[in-house]
Ligand binder design. Structure first.
Ligand code: NAP
Length: 279
């Protein structure tokens, strides 16, 4: 019987997940479909009950439901619990388990440009949900240090405090301080929405003191090259946009649902195609 997977979020009209997942299923010869469901916040509990009632095999969860959905699930995986959010639900005979693939998806993407993470001094700009997933996954790789800087400084401190018992030093700083000390960092990651379309000329941080040869990574994929990445490239840094993370988190969801890790190349091609069409 054809399997049904889906996305719970709002809005979901412009989501690239359906086309990306359907491309993967076709390549895997998996008889399955993937539909985006626009779920209002007051309907989330019913939507989760619907997963069981309709026998939907698995769902992704996106803004604004990633945190709220946790209370309606039967079990939360340890990594998702640490991140404090779920982006993947697996349905086994009506028993719903929540996972989070964002952090590991990001690491897999980062490792396409970074040799290893052990010796790296990493700056994370932003302290929202994406930052939390990325920092949890980075900390598991025990880099030299992680510094968090955010517009709302208290949020950076709260996030750093959550990682106080990890082996890696995770500290909070301010945007102005890290701008001055930018050459100390070998990897700089923008996890804020600053620079995302339509505000494409905005930049979360000045790169004046960037060291050549460092890695500058932006979780944003629309535009494919943010102003931050453009300037980083001009300063001879290696750059990474958010497409890889998006594709890898989807591939890891498919692995949870089917036990098989899909070929990510056709997934990436179709996402790039969609993004180029929407330019
Ligand atoms: P979020 O929880 O709402 O966090 C937003 C972050 O951006 C906060 O740190 C916030 O700072 C900061 N921010 C927002 N507007 C700002 C502004 N005008 N100036 C300075 N800082 C600002 O959102 P999220 O879920 O973490 O997502 C953040 C970004 O990551 C989005 O662009 C999203 O598309 C992207 N993302 C990409 C992927 C992928 O697969 N590539 C996956 C997840 C997320 P304050 O705390 O001061 O408000």
């Amino acid at each position: 019987m054809k399997k049904v997977f889906g996305l719970l979020g709002s809005p979901v009209g412009h989501s690239m997940s359906p086309v990306m997942h359907k491309t993967a299923y076709k390549r895997m010869n998996l008889e399955a479909t993937y539909e985006a469901f626009d779920v209002a916040p007051d309907q989330l509990e019913n939507a989760v009950k619907g997963i069981r009632a309709l026998g939907i095999s698995g769902c992704n969860v996106t803004i604004p439901h990633k945190v709220e959905v946790m209370k309606y699930l039967d079990e939360i995986d340890e990594e998702a619990r640490q991140i404090g959010a779920v982006n993947t639900i697996v349905n086994v005979d009506g028993y719903l388990k929540g996972f989070n693939t964002d952090g590991r998806g990001y690491i897999q993407s980062l490792l396409t440009v970074a040799q290893n993470l052990l010796d790296q001094s990493i700056l994370v700009i932003g302290a929202g949900g994406a930052a939390r997933a990325v920092i949890a996954a980075l900390a598991a790789h025990q880099p030299h240090k992680i510094v968090i800087a955010n517009r709302t400084e208290e949020k950076a401190q709260t996030l750093a405090d959550m990682f106080s018992d990890t082996k890696t030093s995770v500290q909070a700083s301010t945007i102005s301080k890290v701008e001055e000390q930018l050459e100390d960092f070998s990897i700089i990651i923008n996890t804020t929405s600053v620079g995302m379309s339509p505000h494409v000329s905005d930049q979360p941080i000045s790169l004046e003191n960037l060291a050549a040869g460092s890695i500058v990574s932006d979780l944003i994929y629309n535009p494919l090259e943010t102003t931050l990445l453009k300037e980083a490239k001009e300063k001879k840094a290696h750059t990474l946009n958010g497409v890889g993370m998006f594709v890898q988190q989807g591939a890891l969801s498919i692995e949870h649902w089917t036990g098989h890790y899909p070929d990510v190349l056709p997934m990436q091609e179709v996402v790039l195609d969609q993004l180029n069409k929407s330019k």
